[in-house]
Write a protein that binds this ligand. Structure first.
Ligand code: CTP
Length: 415
């Protein structure tokens, strides 16, 4: 999960990470480290079996807190006379158990409490997220299937397991979910700023490619990073997000993506997905022209100049029309007279907002992890944002779009 997103989701939150005895236990160390880096307050409880796979000392070092692993050990009674597992069960805002073994899920289903972790979980009313990991034969065993159904029925959240290579070397279902997926699920369990839930957001990303022949194309330097950041940020805030992208970058978890190449393909995909959408953010750099003909075999140099006749692509944003609830946000990447050009595009394309960025400095903007932009509103408002990671810029753009939606009364579904 992106650092900005993780901080937004976890900063200051109290998370108890429970670790069971399975090979994937070492991945709990990565989760603790990621959560601590994101500013969460993390404590760790381990089953005795877990301590055979990974030492409490590792978890103690990563969480900077004592680890609860011995129900009957020195930590049992606290300085104030309270019992450790009861105090610990009161503390978290959410409990993540990873890996959750078949044995742990069985104990949970039956209310068994025979070591520190199961005792703490049984005593806690905090929302619980399990990230199971086990061999597929154990996962598919009717006893486990029943236990999983039982705990799910009681409101326990699950992430994974997924299919892939198992510790035994076999392939199948039972692998621990990816850390990113686990953190995303944990974010959902914790709740948080879900100020876009109920909204449908469409984002375009990347530079379109207009084929000349099977080898060459007309393209641009847009990396797709800004659009992918916008999609991830909107998803994190609870929106249903469709990303129309030319970029090969990974699609943010939870986002529905359509990969396209040309401006015409992008126009078709956007046209389909904006139906019923609330916000469209066109972060893509769309080619204004395409070769009139796409040669079906590679052109030779001599043939190039005769064949490279160009024709205009449709303006995707400009041809959407003004009716309906859709809040339209454009981007204007400019090298000079940035604000003036952006302002002209805002009016010409009938937009609610335009994000102007100066791309004359190659260390920022296109291809860079950072951006510096001005967000200009149709109402004359302007917010200037200095250099910041694209994820942070994305949140400001979404704040502005939400502002338009609310001000126009189009956001009655927004909480
Ligand atoms: N855009 C679009 N369809 C196009 C071209 C651009 O929807 N065929 C969108 C872009 O995604 C962006 C905004 O319009 O959000 C401005 O794009 P830009 O390329 O800066 O604008 P142009 O209208 O192409 O202006 P120019 O190339 O003359 O600067």
């Amino acid at each position: 999960m992106n650092g900005h997103l993780a901080r937004r989701a976890f900063s200051g939150r109290r998370v108890l990470v429970g670790v069971c005895g399975g090979v994937a236990a070492y991945k709990a160390a990565e989760a603790v480290s990621a959560l601590v880096q994101a500013g969460a307050d993390v404590r760790v409880a381990m089953t005795p079996e877990a301590t055979r796979f990974i030492t409490p000392l590792t978890m103690e070092a990563l969480s900077a807190q004592p680890v609860a692993s011995d129900l009957f050990g020195g930590q049992r009674v606290q300085a104030d006379g309270g019992e450790a597992h009861i105090a610990l069960s009161d503390w978290p805002e959410a409990i993540l158990v990873m890996p959750a073994t078949a044995n742990f899920i069985a104990k949970l289903a039956h209310g068994l409490a025979d070591e520190m972790l199961s005792t703490t979980v049984l005593a806690s009313s905090a929302p619980l997220l399990l990230a199971p990991a086990m061999h597929s034969r154990m996962w598919e065993q009717p006893a486990t299937v029943d236990n999983v159904e039982t705990v799910r029925g009681r409101g326990v959240a699950m992430v994974g397991p997924v299919s892939g290579r198992l510790a035994s070397g076999d392939e199948g279902i039972g692998r621990l979910a990816d850390l990113d997926e686990i953190l995303r699920a944990l974010r959902g369990v914790l709740g948080g700023e879900r100020d876009m839930s109920g909204l449908a957001v469409v984002v375009s990303a990347g530079g379109t490619r207009e084929p000349i022949d099977p080898v060459r194309y007309i393209g641009n330097r847009s990396s797709g990073m800004m659009g992918h950041a916008l999609a991830a940020a909107a998803e994190a805030r609870g929106a249903r997000v469709t990303l129309v992208t030319t970029s090969a970058m990974p699609v943010p978890a939870g986002v529905e993506a359509t990969r396209v190449d040309t401006a015409a393909e992008m126009a078709a995909a956007i046209g389909e997905h904006v139906q019923g959408a609330d916000i469209l953010v066109m972060a893509a750099a769309v080619a204004d022209f395409r070769p009139r003909r796409r040669a079906d075999r590679k052109l030779k140099k001599a043939e190039m100049s005769e064949s490279l006749e160009l024709e205009r692509n449709d303006d995707i944003l400009g041809s959407l029309g003004g009716a309906g609830r859709l809040v339209k946000v454009g981007f204007a990447a400019e090298t000079h007279d940035v604000l003036d050009h952006a302002q002209e595009k805002l009016m010409a394309k009938g937009l609610d907002l335009i994000v102007a960025n100066d791309v004359s400095d190659p260390s920022i903007g296109m291809g860079s992890a950072d951006n510096a932009v001005s967000i200009i509103g149709r109402d004359g408002s302007r917010e200037d944002l200095g250099r910041a990671p694209k994820m942070e810029i994305a949140d400001h753009v979404l704040d502005a779009a939400l502002g338009v939606l609310r001000a126009s009364g189009r956001g009655e579904r927004v909480s």
